[in-house]
Design a protein around this ligand. Structure first.
Ligand code: SF4
Length: 396
């Protein structure tokens, strides 16, 4: 009988694309994608660990699956249906969830997602053990090969996985692993596959797209390129080189990318954006805080002045729109620090700003600091910025 797979995705576009690629592999193996969890043989929850709220939602959803299982008539294989916790939370909370939720029988890290169909088949064929794979290594390229797309008009293309920037509040390097780059040719081929499917709008995805410096002759594992080296080494293919190649491909109407880290966003990128007819004139440039002291504690690698100067150059060269991410209530944030953050919002006038209250993430450097801004104060600062941004957005 044809098997059915159900997937719930929480979190960002990176997770959406991961779920899409994974579903594509299941479909290529003959499964049907179902929206009815009661009918599913394989139930997957692709999770996000960036904020506590996202983890709480995943745990609540995983808990609710137990009732779905109990309402079904028992099957021969006691491990059916397969309930998989996959993605970020596998590494941050997987072992704890394995102990607390016996109905979760498959846990797989973000790096190893391409193995989920193989593990599911193994259990479906009668393997009686629960499976947990928390490894962090480079994904197999074929993970991205399926033609299945959730959106027939717009495709997300992953250019890198993981991150090695270690911003002090961020759990990504721990749960999604170190920065690993896909080969430029593989990315270009995936873009061409999308075009052959009639898709004309492409969004490139990386935790920080500017970190993309592919070193030919090496699989990049563990190789770090430091500022200034790019120009010296002729074997390096940068994010800008990648954009230039994609810009030449017939059939693409719009290219954009997320996310750009201010510490290594360059004027060269702005000139390319200005001169290309295909690259969208919009930049997502998270500043997180306007206080130099807090930016240092966050390990962000720039100051308020540098950020403002970068934005002025963007406005002058690209003449486009901006969006950003902001955190309020980072440990030790004072009213004065907060006012610097508010000042950046007022000065820059972002089209969109995603404003979050600081949420402590285990294992990060910031977790060693006392989370000393009260809940009420975080709420107040959050509300002030939301109201401000609402007014500013209307004026753009
Ligand atoms: S650049 Fe910083 S905030 Fe972004 S994913 Fe990497 S560590 Fe996290």
């Amino acid at each position: 009988m044809t098997k059915r797979v159900f997937i719930r995705t929480l979190g960002c576009q990176m997770n959406d694309r991961d779920s899409e690629a994974l579903v594509g592999i299941f479909l290529d193996k003959g499964y049907i994608l179902t929206e009815d969890i009661n009918q599913a043989d394989v139930i997957l929850v692709n999770t996000c660990s960036v904020r506590k709220h996202a983890e709480d939602r995943a745990i609540s959803f995983l808990g609710s699956i137990r009732k779905v299982i109990e309402s079904r008539s028992p099957k021969n294989n006691s491990l059916l249906p397969i309930v998989g916790l996959i993605g970020c939370m596998a590494r941050s909370r997987g072992e704890e969830i394995f102990k607390k939720m016996p109905h979760v029988n498959l846990i797989c890290s973000s790096a190893m997602l391409y193995k989920v169909p193989e593990y599911a088949e193994k259990i479906l064929k009668g393997y009686k053990e629960r499976i947990i794979d928390l490894e962090d290594s480079k994904r197999e390229e074929w993970f991205y090969h399926s033609h299945f797309r959730f959106d027939k008009n717009h495709a997300y293309v992953v250019i890198s996985t993981g991150c090695s920037n270690y911003c002090s509040y961020c759990v990504v390097p721990y749960v999604r692993g170190e920065l690993r780059l896909r080969d430029p040719q593989d990315i270009i081929e995936e873009v061409k596959r999308n075009i052959s499917l009639g898709i004309k709008k492409i969004t490139l995805l990386g935790q920080n797209v500017n970190d993309y410096h592919y070193l030919y002759g090496d699989n990049y594992s563990g190789v770090r390129i430091f500022a200034g080296e790019e120009t010296k080494n002729k074997n390096i293919f940068s994010f800008i080189d990648l954009l230039k190649e994609l810009d030449k491909i017939d059939g693409i109407e719009e290219i954009d990318f997320i996310t750009s880290h201010p510490k290594n966003t360059s004027r060269d990128l702005f000139y390319l954006m200005a001169n290309s007819e295909k690259i969208k004139k919009h930049l997502h440039l998270p500043f997180q805080s306007g206080s130099d002291r807090i930016l240092k504690l966050m390990n962000r690698g720039y100051t308020k002045e540098k950020y403002i100067s970068l934005v002025e150059d963007f406005k002058m060269i690209v003449k486009g729109t901006l969006s950003t991410d902001v955190i309020v209530g980072f440990p030790t944030e004072t009213e004065e620090d907060f006012l610097h953050t508010k000042d950046i919002l007022e000065k820059v006038k972002f089209k969109y700003a995603y404003i979050f209250k600081y949420s402590l993430r285990q294992n990060t450097e910031a977790a060693k600091l006392e989370d000393d801004v009260s809940k009420d104060e975080k709420e107040r600062r959050h509300r002030i910025l939301l109201e401000l941004q609402k007014r500013l957005s209307l004026s753009i």
